[in-house]
Design a protein around this ligand. Structure first.
Ligand SMILES: Nc1nc2c(ncn2[C@@H]2O[C@H](COP(=O)(O)OP(=O)(O)OP(=O)(O)O)[C@@H](O)[C@H]2O)c(=O)[nH]1
Ligand SMILES: [Mg+2]
Length: 322
């Protein structure tokens, strides 16, 4: 538990450091006063928490300050974290990863490879948001949880996209189904599903090409991938995740709405939170979309994909270590 929190804290260092610098280390123990309230307000805006959330946090701290003029920065941090918990209620997506049956133990009903369909996760989003990296990291995570995984290279559009994914899957020893650049991406998805089914795999993760939400032909390609997967299994793809670059803040919200209309999003992955001092954007994204965040990207290494935790996020942002 502690190490998971540390991952969040380390991953959000830039955001936390920017808030600390702007508030002159307010959460370290200084007393609240009019000046520090102003600094905190500015720090939260700058970190992209958005107007609504910033106002809510400030209002609650001001109320507590009126009641107790000796209010300390750390108490204000506790209030801030509580507001984030409230605002983010429902934001934690939980991937249902079945426990692995012991080879000696009783068989889990329905777990026979012959009858079970793979659970499919589709990664979609605009160019460069982190789909391919997230696909690889998630496959690695599931594999480490004892799950069997196949990855489908459905970005057949960008030259070198297949090779990028292959270099990850080779390194992490994960099975890949791929075709050539220019191939029909829906056909690759279909074949990958068949391969996953034939080999009794638990999961199929589909990496798709980056696309602008304004390009209707590219959005239609996504719909086709979905239709083709549904021929194999009407429930597939069970998870349709939009991968958003967390450093782009409010820009992601409009995109997400369009992707949602054409693909019916079931989840979000917010990447690159380690690379930005605007890590508050995640809150605005959730507030607007109300689509659960399954994972956040906190770096470029295979284990830098973390299940989103409201508690760890809220505590990390407000420097609450204990
Ligand atoms: N620091 C950091 N970098 C990340 C993270 N996730 C992805 N990246 C980097 O962002 C860049 C783009 O990532 P990709 O996974 O190729 O993005 P993509 O969405 O597949 O891109 P296209 O296929 O071109 O649309 C790469 O350099 C990644 O290493 C993250 O959580 N943190
Ligand atoms: Mg990609």
């Amino acid at each position: 538990m502690f190490s998971l929190f540390k991952k969040f804290k380390d991953g959000l260092t830039k955001t936390v450091a920017a808030i600390a610098a702007k508030t002159h280390g307010l959460f370290g123990g200084r007393k609240i006063d009019a000046a520090s309230l102003g600094e905190l307000e500015e720090a939260l805006y700058t970190a992209d928490f958005g107007v609504e959330t910033t106002v809510e946090i400030l209002e609650e701290i001001k109320t507590a300050y009126r009641r107790d003029p000796e209010l300390k920065g750390q108490q204000a941090a506790t209030i801030g974290a509580a507001v984030l918990r409230r605002v983010l209620a429902g934001a934690e997506g939980k991937l249902d990863v079945p426990a692995v049956a012991s080879p000696d133990g009783p068989r889990i009903e329905g777990a026979s490879p012959a009858v079970r369909n793979p659970t499919v996760i589709c990664m979609i989003g605009v160019n460069g948001s982190g789909k391919t990296t997230t696909t690889a990291k998630l496959a690695y995570k599931l594999k480490n949880d004892g799950q069997s995984v196949i990855v489908a290279a459905c970005d057949t559009f960008r030259a070198a996209a297949v090779e990028q994914l292959r270099s990850w899957t080779d390194r992490l020893k994960i099975e890949l189904v791929a075709s050539h650049t220019g191939a029909d991406s829906a056909a690759v998805a279909f074949d990958a599903w068949q391969a996953a089914k034939a080999r009794g795999q638990d999961w199929l993760i589909v990496d798709t090409a980056g696309r602008l939400h304004t390009k209707s032909n590219l959005m239609e390609e996504l719909a086709k991938i979905r239709r083709v997967l549904q021929k194999n299994d009407p429930a597939a793809p069970q998870h349709r995740w939009l991968v958003v670059d967390g450093s782009l803040g409010a820009n992601s919200i409009e995109q997400a709405k369009v992707f949602h209309q054409s693909f019916g999003l079931t989840g979000l992955v917010v990447t690159k939170l380690d690379g930005t001092s605007r890590g508050g954007a995640l809150v605005g994204i959730y507030r607007q979309l109300k689509i659960p965040i399954y994972f956040i990207g906190l770096g470029e290494q295979p284990d830098d994909l973390q299940p989103f935790s409201i508690e760890n996020y809220a505590r990390a942002v407000f420097g609450l270590d204990t």
